[in-house]
Write a protein of this length. Structure first.
Length: 369
């Protein structure tokens, strides 16, 4: 390979006219509203537990949050979602979903249902909480429709919303434990919620995300699959809470651990399927001369991406930038091609495909000539 000076900044031009002015204004208003709800949550938690209590409980809640987000990153490795979308999903779960679930629970209180905390957690909480989290997932789908293309996308957004919700809920549980039982009670609650079941809420909302993603990828009615996915999330949530309230250790091993194992196997299979679909989509461009088969191998395997990163890093930072852009643009191109192959070509996808191919050709010349 001859020495070529890579551009100091390799960027892909944004599409023109993707969003109208009205859509951008609505999006900005939504972000402001979300920020306000985050501030409301912080104010309420500070008033309830004090600044020091909030800092202690917030730090403890960050640990299970980090565990779940690492899992999300592992799932989202091959086709990363937009950071604005995942951040919005996380903030929705941590603020809006918490507030909305409390509001949705008010009618049950007004009806005067005489249920203890255990049966509230089994019969009421799953309905209100999954509805609140599910609304956030549907909003993500509507706002980032062009990047929400399949099961893995729905899984990622569902897990992220669930992680945000669990973060705030953990602060509440940790704060109550700290104020009533001190450090010993906080430690016990942290082990139960933070260490033994950090993926619970992420797993519940992921069921809805998978259903919506499946509907999008297969061209089926989203609203019907969303309703079924929500019912599945509610049922799984209720079963989990039921097992937690009975003989915990026995049911944890019999019910909760198998749920987690089944979920892990399912996600692993999804990742392998996504990688295979990406390869299949990019091979179309090999036949047309846009890519070489060895380049597809660099993009669609973990070993190939590592090899490309090391090769580019040895040649300087500008090559590293170009290599990262080569993987990113190729990944998006595979997503666009999958939509076309699935029978959903649009004027926008055709335009985007051309832009990506043109840009990818420039990046390839930088790297490989």
């Amino acid at each position: 390979m001859t020495e070529t000076v890579a551009p100091s900044r390799v960027t892909l031009p944004k599409l023109r006219g993707d969003r109208s002015t009205g859509e951008l204004i609505a999006y900005a208003i939504a972000l402001v509203g979300l920020a306000v709800m985050v501030l409301v949550i912080i104010a309420v938690l500070t008033a309830s537990y004090g600044t020091l209590g909030l800092l202690i409980c917030g730090a403890a809640a960050l640990i299970p949050l980090a565990i779940v987000l690492l899992g999300v990153r592992w799932v989202d490795r091959w086709e990363p979602e937009p950071r604005s979308a995942t951040l919005s999903a996380l903030l929705w779960g941590a603020s809006a979903a918490v507030i909305l679930s409390l509001l949705l629970g008010l009618p049950f209180e007004l009806l005067g249902l005489q249920l203890d905390d255990f049966w509230l957690s089994v019969a009421v909480a799953p309905v209100t909480e999954e509805a609140a989290k599910g609304l956030g997932l549907l909003l993500v789908f509507l706002i980032w429709r062009t990047t929400f293309t399949g099961v893995v996308d729905g899984l990622v957004y569902g897990m992220t919303i669930g992680a945000g919700f669990a973060f705030t809920e953990n602060i509440l549980y940790f704060g109550d434990a700290l104020s009533t039982g001190g450090a010993a009670s906080l430690s016990a609650t942290f082990v139960m919620r933070g260490m033994l079941s950090p993926f619970a809420h992420a797993m519940f909302t992921a069921v809805l995300g998978i259903a919506v993603g499946w509907a999008v990828g297969s061209g089926r009615p989203v609203h019907r699959w969303a309703l079924g996915g929500w019912a599945g999330a509610v049922g799984l949530h209720a079963l989990w809470n039921l097992s937690a309230g009975l003989d915990f250790l026995v049911l944890y091993v019999v019910v909760q651990v198998p749920m987690f194992i089944i979920g892990t196997v399912f996600v692993t299979q999804l990742r392998a399927r996504e990688r295979a679909r990406m390869r299949l989509a990019l091979e179309d461009y090999c036949a047309a001369g846009w890519l070489r088969s060895d380049e597809v191998g660099l993009i669609t395997t973990a070993a190939g991406r590592r090899t490309l990163r090391r090769w580019a890093a040895a040649r300087g930072p500008t090559y590293s930038v170009a290599a990262s852009e080569f993987v990113r643009a190729s990944t998006e191109l595979a997503v666009v091609r999958e939509r076309v192959r699935a029978g959903f070509p649009t004027e926008r996808s055709t335009r985007r495909e051309f832009e990506l191919l043109t840009h990818l050709s420039e990046v390839r010349r930088t790297l490989f000539t």
